[in-house]
Design a protein around this ligand. Structure first.
Ligand code: PEP
Ligand code: MN
Length: 265
């Protein structure tokens, strides 16, 4: 069981420091699943910033189930994230899949995401543990809480204390209506087990945009420190995860609704 105070993860962004943790307001991360082109990423960044997000998310390297599906635009997408960062002052969160890409990802990312599929990639965990950028560690889709916490330990033990845990839904026996089962019980459970800040991702957690707002609200009620919401200017045309993406207008409304029940920065 946890001993001691909640730790805070303080992230420097172009607009100043943003703190994640139990004693801080809720931090909202938003943006498309994949970075598709300059206009869409910069325009989405502007919209989510105006709505209240502090970080822009967007994948350059995408861990797709099929090798024939869109794999992300790689380094050129990192350049577009840098342009969106410059244009808006938002912090950037993007996924690292291969240690070889760490220098390029760390140049633009204010937080490095380790995706669900790499939660068990211990050599990658050690590498992000041995560098300075904060790490967002998503829960493996079939990982127990102890396995997830041990994955976080790999990063901490390698010297990086700045780890945020992200619940993104676990494998379900009934995938008919929701892509995953968003395990909101991790909020009280992790509070008793760890000092690390917790983020909830209802977009991957449900796979359906219409289920995202109620689960985001539920996460706030259960005490989340941060939320990750996928937002796309035209979900029907998205190169990945369109069905679970909110439009900028819907995201704007959601942040307003969230602010009624929680303190959102
Ligand atoms: C993502 O954030 O777009 C993503 C691929 O997430 P996960 O690793 O949770 O599937
Ligand atoms: Mn996605």
């Amino acid at each position: 069981f946890r001993h001691g105070e909640a730790s805070e993860v303080i992230v420097s962004t172009p607009s100043g420091h943003v703190s994640f943790g139990e004693h801080h307001p809720i931090v909202v991360v938003a943006g498309p699943c994949s970075v598709e082109n300059e206009t869409m990423i910069v325009e989405t960044a502007k919209r989510v910033k105006t709505a209240g997000a502090k970080f822009l998310r967007g994948g350059a390297y995408k861990p797709r189930t099929s090798p024939y599906a869109f794999q992300g635009y790689g380094e050129s997408a990192l350049d577009l994230l840098a342009a969106a960062r410059e244009a808006t002052g938002l912090g950037i969160i993007t996924e690292l899949m291969d240690a070889a890409d760490l220098p390029a990802v760390a140049r633009v990312a204010d937080i490095i995401q380790i995706g669900a599929r790499n939660m068990h990639n211990f050599s990658l965990l050690k590498k992000v543990g041995a560098q300075d950028k904060p790490v967002l560690l998503k829960r493996g889709m079939s990982a127990t809480i102890d396995e997830w916490l041990m994955a976080a330990e790999y990063i901490l033990a390698s010297g990086n204390p700045n780890v945020i845990l992200c619940e993104r839904g676990i494998r379900t026996f009934d995938g008919k209506y929701a892509r995953n089962t968003l395990d909101l019980s991790v909020l009280p459970v992790l509070r008793s087990l760890t000092h690390l800040p917790i983020m909830i991702d209802p977009s991957h957690g449900t796979g359906r945009s219409e289920y995202v707002p109620p689960m985001a609200m539920a996460a706030i009620a259960a005490g989340t420190d941060a939320l990750m919401i996928e937002v796309h200017p035209n979900p029907a045309k998205a190169l990945s995860d369109g069905p679970q993406s909110l439009t900028p207008d819907k995201f704007d409304r959601l942040v307003q609704d969230m602010s009624v029940i929680g303190k959102v920065v």
